[in-house]
Design a protein around this ligand. Structure first.
Ligand code: GLY
Length: 318
């Protein structure tokens, strides 16, 4: 058995492997690993600690897929629940719907007995305030909801890197703004599964969804071929359905490395600078894995039941 994750998933690998070593499925593994990351207040891209949108609200997105049954569940723009991945899993198992957003997803959480919990930390609120104040000195951040130029504010924050200096000093990378956690697993029975969870584009427009909750774009698992998932600015991944493309390229005869490279080339063909933020990890049905990234010095992590520590692997530039 093996579990792969984006680098920020390192802290969840042992939990994922442990649950699978005790007889859990690949789906159990990816959910367990993701929950550890969602609970980490120091990860500004996921769950508790996730950075807010332009209104100062944290809204979480997640998707999970079972490569054995090709069933999936996804939730987007969810408030007041830290474990979006568990809500996505419960939706996958409950059906009939596959994807719920905002009020509907929150309502399902209530109906299923989830206890509400605000993911917005003081640290994230301070970072939100600071970044807005640095770019727009004197701005009344309490009145953001009343503005009619919010998209222009989002544009300005995206275009300028002002405000990032302090975050970089605090140890965040540029990808903090569009970060995500991915888990891919292969269990003892050869089943593949994927899980993705994110707080989305920091300081993004209200209602914005990226690739993470969209099955086929930000993640996909099919036991017959592969599992794949992406991190980075979902706007470009949504336009070329990266994760499902990898599976299809393999079905058409490519090996894993070639399939991922081809999907990365599809992204580059968009001729969009947002592609520079994208990284992809993937695993074939035999558990062989690769990572490709347009970001420099990017790594992913993995762990098996015979390892006492996760291993880090350098991603390849396409
Ligand atoms: N991949 C994370 C996002 O675009 O929201």
């Amino acid at each position: 058995m093996i579990v792969l994750a984006s680098r920020n998933g390192r802290i969840g690998l042992a939990a994922a492997v442990d649950v699978m070593a005790r007889g859990g499925s690949a789906v159990d593994g990816v959910e367990a690993g993701t929950r550890v990351v969602e609970r980490n207040p120091d990860d500004p891209t996921v769950g508790l600690g996730g950075l807010p949108n332009i209104l100062g609200e944290v809204r979480l997105d997640a998707a999970i897929m079972d490569g054995n049954t090709l069933r999936g569940g996804a939730v987007g723009s969810v408030r007041r629940h830290v474990h979006a991945i568990t809500l996505a899993r419960r939706l996958m198992e409950r059906g009939p719907h596959v994807f719920l957003v905002a009020d509907g997803a929150e309502r399902l959480a209530r109906d299923l007995g989830f206890v509400e919990e605000e993911p917005l930390t003081e640290q994230a609120t301070a970072a939100w305030n600071r970044r807005l104040q640095e770019r727009f000195p004197g701005l009344d951040t309490r009145r953001m909801a009343e503005r009619d130029d919010l998209m222009a504010v989002v544009d300005e924050l995206q275009l300028s890197m002002a405000g990032w200096d302090e975050m970089k000093r605090e140890g965040h990378s540029e990808s903090t703004a569009h970060g995500t956690v991915n888990f891919l697993a292969r269990d003892r029975d050869g089943n593949l599964a994927t899980a993705v969870s994110t707080s989305g584009w920091a300081w993004g427009y209200p209602g914005r969804l990226g690739d993470s909750p969209v099955l086929g774009a930000g993640s996909y698992a099919d036991n017959r071929w592969a599992a794949a998932a992406s991190t980075g600015t979902g706007e470009v991944v949504l336009r070329v359905s990266t994760a499902r493309s990898i599976v299809l390229y393999m079905k058409m005869g490519m090996d894993l490395g070639r399939a991922v490279r081809e999907a990365m080339i599809d992204l580059r063909a968009l001729d969009d600078p947002l592609v520079d933020h994208i990284a992809v990890i993937a695993m074939n049905r035999d558990g062989e894995h690769v990572g490709f990234s347009y970001r420099e010095d990017e790594r992913y992590v993995y762990m098996t039941d015979t390892m006492s520590e996760p291993a880090e692997v350098n991603m390849v530039s396409p």
